[in-house]
Design a protein around this ligand. Sequence first.
Ligand code: ADP
Length: 726
Amino acid sequence: MPNLKVGIPAVKQIIVVTSGGLPLDRFLPAIVYALLALAAIGLGGGAIHLKRRLEQSERDRRRAADELNRRLSELFSLQELSYILSGSLQLDRIVEQVVRYAMRFLDAQGALVALAPDGDGGTEPRPLAVTAAEGTLASLAGRAISPNDPGLVARSLGRERLELVRSASGEPTPLAEGIVAESAAAVPLRAHGVVVGTLVIANPRDGAFAPEDIRLLSTVATHAAIVIANARFFEMVRHAKEQWETAFDALSGGIAVVDDAGQVRRANRALASLLGVPIPAVIGCDLADALLEGSPALLELLAAARRGDRAQPLVLRSGTLGRTIRVNAARIPTPAQDQSVVVLVEDVTDQHAMEAQLIQSEKLAAVGQLVSGVAHELNNPLTSIAGLSEFLLEQKELGSKDRGHLRVIHEQADRAGRIVRNLLTFARKGTSERVAVDVNDVIERTLVLMSYDFQLKDIAIDKDLAPVPPVLGDRHALQQVVINLLTNAAQAVSENPPERPRRIQLRSWADDRVRLRVADSGPGIPDDVLPHLFTPFFTTKEPGQGTGLGLSITYSIVEAHGGRIVVDRPTEGGAAFLVDLPVAPADPPRHDTPEPGGPTGVAAVTPIKRSILLVDDDPAVRRVVKALFGREGHMVEVARNPQHALDLVRTRSYDLILADREARAHDQSFVEQLVESHPELKERVVVATGAGAPAGSGTLRYVRKPFNLRDLREEAARVWAAAALS
Ligand code: ADP
């Protein structure tokens, strides 16, 4: 006991001082007594002191132990917090834990974390968001605090280090609008040199922040700032990834990431739907095989992309998909050992068809102009050759040899006439008639017309006609379409070897348009023929077998009806042509009527002598008309020019006025002027035209040049029959 040892030397010292000049034996008992009394007093005082010291030391020890315990518990809590934070990348959860632990460490009444706005928000300062708050600050949770708020929360964001506030005067310190605290600390949360937010603690235990508390708070803040910054970064990356994935899937074009071996690692929805399988089924498949049957051109494109070369996109027809696709590829900048490429796949079938259609239309327009000029020039000579040879053939006194020669002349002129008509049909813009036409009816009638030919060639017709709404157009022109397609199909199947069936399938149906499909079991269309199919005068047939105009005429007619024609090469072989036409509006001008009465009906009218006015400046045509009608006893008057004709009709009456459509007086069509000035003569006019009846031609009658005698007689007979009825 050290304190006891200190008391004894003090007593010894007293003994030495009192030993000089006094008789020891007399005073000894008193001295001993006194000494004992002193010793007793001294011992009693030392014990009290000792007891106090012992108590103090016990208190110190306890405090030290408490402090140690507290620090240990803080250390454990810090470790726990660090463990929780490092295990999470969820920002909300992280800030919640930071607030909870900070409150617990400092035994504070309230805590919050306010985060600075994320990313680049432009020049305007943006508010802080209180992401987590507890205790007395809980009411601030979810609040936005203006960066200009004078309170501690917003202010601390601009501070370099922790700020402590304690009201000495008892005046509380504002933390944010409407929230105060007696004492508070705010630590800016700084990570990678950027302030991401602030941690604010209000009213700690004992109302003051001990230096250890401040150290602890700084430690928590440093750790929290890094974790928050990482979580934000992770959030940013995740968001960017989500955006990228959404865009990847939303793209209408197909995209694939293809590895070194050509296998698909990633694919978007568009690619999967192009391949007709779900996305998981695309992953791992060989892209070149799936798209283009392992096309060497595609493999070369992928190889070029891996080398980093910029190759031209490929446009190829995929047999497996039955579509035309454009493929482009680019290397993904990744470590050298990985040579993944990103491949873009677009379905350009429709675009291609439209482009081809446009080119075709332009080509046809140019050729059409040329053709129509030439055809018009040929019309009149052909009219006279055909007409006069036919006229001569009707002469009884002809020798049989001459008759034979004449028949050849007539047949050839007739053939040339048909070619010219075809040329004009092809060159003509717009449909000549606009009436409601039942496509099925046109098909049925055409089949009847051609049935003999089909029988002869042993061709089976497989017909499947669903009811279709009417289309608006020209019945004859539409019939021409069906004839052309069936003729080609018949010619194609006739080439089949004996073991291959000769079959033509005819289908019609309607959805938003009226559709017709003519498919045959012929040899199909070779690759080199396909691009030229609709080109005028393109033919692979022997001379005399084909003119190369069938499909281009078909194309112009369909186009003039607002329709489309496309060719298909079915997998089972052969060729198929698909025509679609717009449905006629609910109230079309008038309904199509099948062919009128026909020649027999009008021929029955008793011949009467008629007066005929002819308006045509071509002498050859005049000659034919005069010869024909003159021989039948009619009187044909020829006008010198259109003006002369107008003068003539003013003074004389005619049963028939046959006028060339091209005839013009004073820059206006003669027929128009005539009908305007003499509407009563409208019924008696027959217009000779090279291009067929124009749209909206009303009640005017037309005869197509080059006309034959029968056409002319028939039209004349109709005019006279109508006049007789009225
Ligand atoms: P043409 O029949 O007078 O030759 P087209 O314009 O009708 O003229 O046809 C052009 C070419 O298209 C034909 O010569 C032929 O090579 C090809 N073609 C048309 N239809 C078919 C078909 N159904 N099958 C195979 N080839 C066809």
